[in-house]
Design a protein around this ligand. Structure first.
Ligand code: AMP
Length: 282
């Protein structure tokens, strides 16, 4: 596996592969890899000749007061995992490489509709930062496809929207959420959980499941389901940001006639912010 730190070096490697008519899949990450990330790499490797993973803790997607400085970093372990899983290159840019004019002066990508909703309502500027970083990585690598986790459903949806609206020719492939045995969605941030918090962290998933079942049994009282979910989270010690029932197609609020839905939730447990979602048909 090649390890590259500079934009020019990665572009040269991509050009070499393109000259050999090889296809390329991209897996962007912030590192501190777990089985969720690894399933993206393995899925990409099955479909494409070459897989590039990127590890970059992107400062512009953290709001002031969030965990940018504390975000877990374990580059050597990450590289070993990526090598095992069949990645052909790992790109580890510096902040200066991706933001040559500085993070304060960068051009930002704003996806109009959803930037300030759901996670965006609770993380100021988060999606502008995330879209900008993914856009840069796509422009450097021009992959055939980018692989993203369904765990971050809103992010996946917004990246699809960016690719469509900015006429970018790359396929966006969502990969199902990889979970711990008790249902907790894997996340690099789960490392922050204390033992006591870890033992109840799967409550978020359980509540989303209960709402899924109610929706599939025909309930259309979305507001009541959302409110009950929030109360249950509070009762076990979470500090919820939101629970919302939206439709998959356009992420607008669900209407009773809608059949393809997604239940999304985000809540803090101690210092850890957990997010999860369940897609369902009815
Ligand atoms: P992150 O390093 O948290 O920015 O995540 C990098 C990519 O991995 C994103 O596309 C995430 O949606 C995806 N991802 C994170 N956790 C999981 C998981 N548990 N299952 C599947 N994909 C995941």
């Amino acid at each position: 596996m090649r390890s590259l730190e500079h934009v020019a070096a990665l572009r040269a490697l991509v050009a070499e592969w393109r000259n050999q008519n090889l296809t390329i899949g991209l897996v962007p990450t912030m590192g501190s890899l777990h089985e969720g990330h690894r399933s993206l790499v393995k899925t990409a490797k099955k479909r494409f000749d070459r897989v590039i993973a990127t590890i970059f803790v992107n400062p512009t997607q953290f709001s002031p007061g969030e965990d940018f400085d504390d975000y877990p970093r374990q580059i050597a372990t990450d590289k070993a995992m990526l090598g095992e899983d069949g990645a052909d290159a790992v790109f580890l840019p510096t902040i200066e490489d991706l933001y040559p004019r500085g993070v304060e002066r960068t051009t930002l990508i704003t996806i109009s509709d959803l930037t300030n909703e759901l996670c965006g309502a609770h993380r100021n500027g988060h999606f502008d930062g995330a879209m900008t970083a993914v856009n840069k990585l796509l422009n450097i690598t021009w992959p055939d496809a980018v692989f993203l986790g369904e765990k971050d459903f809103q992010q996946l949806f917004m990246i699809k929207q960016m690719v469509n609206e900015l006429m970018m020719s790359v396929e966006v492939i969502g990969v199902p959420t990889y979970r711990e045995d008790d249902g907790l969605a894997m996340s690099s941030r789960n490392k922050y959980l204390t033992d006591a918090e870890r033992s109840k962290a799967n409550t978020l998933y359980q509540i989303l499941n209960e709402i899924q079942q109610a929706l599939q049994s025909g309930s259309n009282d979305f507001l009541a389901l959302e409110q009950q979910g929030l109360s249950k989270l509070q009762a076990v010690g979470f500090n919820p940001d939101y629970i919302e029932i939206r439709r998959q197609r356009d992420m607008l609020k669900a209407e009773p006639a809608d059949t393809e839905l997604v239940v999304l939730g985000a809540a803090k447990l101690g210092r850890t912010r957990l997010i999860d979602n369940i897609q369902l048909s009815r």
